[in-house]
Write a protein that binds this ligand. Structure first.
Ligand SMILES: [Zn+2]
Length: 329
């Protein structure tokens, strides 16, 4: 048995296959500040060997009260490299990849596509929004942490499973939020606590032990309280994603937005009963016609149209089938 993880492996319900999962998993830590230091050290200790450490900053003396992986000797050195070296001193098998760069639209695919889980340990809103969009689109679990002033927050966006919320649902005003402790200050241990919790949630997601956090966990150091708030899963962006993911809409949903859609009636006139007519304003669908985005198809029972929509979605055409067809009207 590996002595490093001996105490972890003697936990009840924790087996050698859980340890194996941790050993093989690849975790990205975006931001090697207070949150990232604490998360990376605990994850290395837990036996996670593949860490992608991303930060373009260098260590400053004013960081040391919260960024516990660094010492005075690290000042002016790259945070990502220093943190990687420090992880190896905890776990000699650590195969960290230090990326001395800021995450951006141009490098996010290269930096994150091979990882299993992403920890958002950064300190600025644009990077958080970019991470969210990317992780949701690519179905990667994202563990969000923030620590400003005397407070900290933790959210698990379980994007690899069905997750209907996002950072805009959690913080509708996020575009206007300030998220850096440079201006507001931060009590040193607070990012340490939140980073530790990020590591806990990350271990749980990888091993599938316990239940991932639901909602927003808010820690107030002044009151010594942890409170959990529900996230209302209803932001404009999520609704748009939901709409794009679903293959079917009801006839009422079509009517509510009928200016936006082109409706194709898939029934053939020769199959019509006496009082059947084409829907007013609809077009007749003929096999092989050029279908544009925002098309909606209706058939007798919603099966033929659903099959067609599945086919067209493969070709990236944005279209929907009316649920249950004419039987559903
Ligand atoms: Zn949302």
């Amino acid at each position: 048995m590996d002595l490093l993880t001996k105490r972890q492996c003697s936990l009840f319900n924790f087996t050698s296959s859980h340890q194996e999962l941790l050993k093989k998993s690849k975790v990205a830590i975006v931001g090697c500040g207070g949150l990232g230091c604490s998360a990376a050290l605990y994850l290395s200790g837990a036996g996670i060997e593949h860490l992608q450490l991303i930060d373009g900053d260098r260590v400053e003396v004013s960081n040391l009260h919260r960024q516990i992986a660094y010492t005075i000797n690290d000042v002016n050195r790259s945070k990502a490299y220093c943190l990687g070296e420090r992880c190896v001193r905890t776990n000699k098998n650590s195969k960290y990849n230090a990326c001395n760069t800021m995450l951006c639209e141009n490098n996010i695919n290269d930096l994150l596509e091979h990882v299993d889980i992403v920890l958002d340990c950064c300190d600025n809103v644009p990077t958080r929004l970019l991470l969210n969009r990317w992780c949701k689109k690519n179905k990667k679990d994202l563990v969000y942490g923030s620590a400003v002033s005397y407070d900290g927050q933790l959210i698990v966006f379980n994007y690899s499973k069905e997750c209907n919320s996002c950072i805009y649902c959690a913080f509708p005003d996020i575009d206007k939020m300030r998220d850096t402790c440079n201006g507001l200050g931060v009590l040193g241990p607070v990012p340490g606590i939140i980073g530790s919790l990020q590591a806990v949630e990350c271990i749980k997601l990888i091993t599938k032990i316990g239940e991932p956090l639901k909602g927003i966990l808010h820690y107030s150091s002044l009151d010594t309280t942890f409170n959990n708030y529900e996230i209302e899963e209803n932001c404009e962006w999520c609704n748009k994603v939901k709409e794009n993911l679903s293959l079917e809409i009801t006839y009422d949903e079509y009517l509510a937005n009928n200016k936006k859609y082109t409706l194709y009636d898939m029934r053939k006139e020769e199959d019509f009963d006496e009082d059947d007519v084409f829907i007013y304003g609809s077009k007749q669908y003929k096999k092989g016609i050029d279908v544009k985005d925002n098309s909606v198809f209706i058939c007798k029972a919603g099966i033929e149209s659903l099959n067609l929509v599945k086919e067209l979605r493969e070709k990236s055409v944005k279209c929907w089938s009316i649920k249950n067809g004419f039987r559903g009207i």
